[in-house]
Design a protein around this ligand. Structure first.
Ligand code: CMP
Length: 145
């Protein structure tokens, strides 16, 4: 069944945008809406609010607001699972061992700087897409674009 997920290329992998887009196309996704922006710390805290209080929340939100990101909607049958499969495990070291061709193995560097994000379920995919594409410009991505 055709499905939509929200993918993000994180600041550490923005320089590899071309290679990541090629992998997206090769895997058979259709790219829907796409936006490049520089999140403020508040934006990143909002996007990752579900992780507030976790020990990695501070480093994660600082990293995610440290440079530009690309957010895009990816469409494919089973897109949520399919994209997470292409991403590989969250931790880059694990990804290198278990899924050496995955995007995190190829472009990530540790557990926080792991190249890309993907929604984990239908509801979060819809919420995350709304974060980037349903708010008036200025309500998210306040720094750039
Ligand atoms: P992401 O798919 O964007 O979802 C939440 C992010 O938090 C995750 O990728 C990592 O970047 C980060 N993260 C998750 N778990 C940890 C962890 N144990 N230590 C550090 N960062 C983490």
């Amino acid at each position: 069944k055709q499905e939509k997920t929200l993918a993000m290329i994180k600041p550490d992998a923005l320089q590899s945008f071309g290679s990541i887009l090629a992998a997206v196309e090769a895997a058979g996704f259709t790219v829907g809406r796409l936006r490049m922006c520089h999140l403020t710390l508040a934006d990143a805290e909002g996007f990752y609010a579900v992780h507030a209080g976790r020990p990695f929340f501070g480093p994660l939100t600082a990293f995610m607001s440290s440079g530009r990101i690309v957010a895009m909607e990816l469409l494919a049958p089973g897109a949520i699972r399919k994209w997470r499969q292409l991403l590989g495990p969250t931790n880059t070291a694990t990804a290198r061992q278990e899924a050496p061709n995955s995007l995190r193995a190829r472009f990530g560097s540790d557990n926080t700087r792991n190249a890309c994000h993907g929604s984990d379920a239908t509801e979060t995919a819809a919420q995350e897409a709304a974060f980037f594409f349903k708010q008036p410009v200025g309500r998210c991505c306040t720094t750039t674009n």
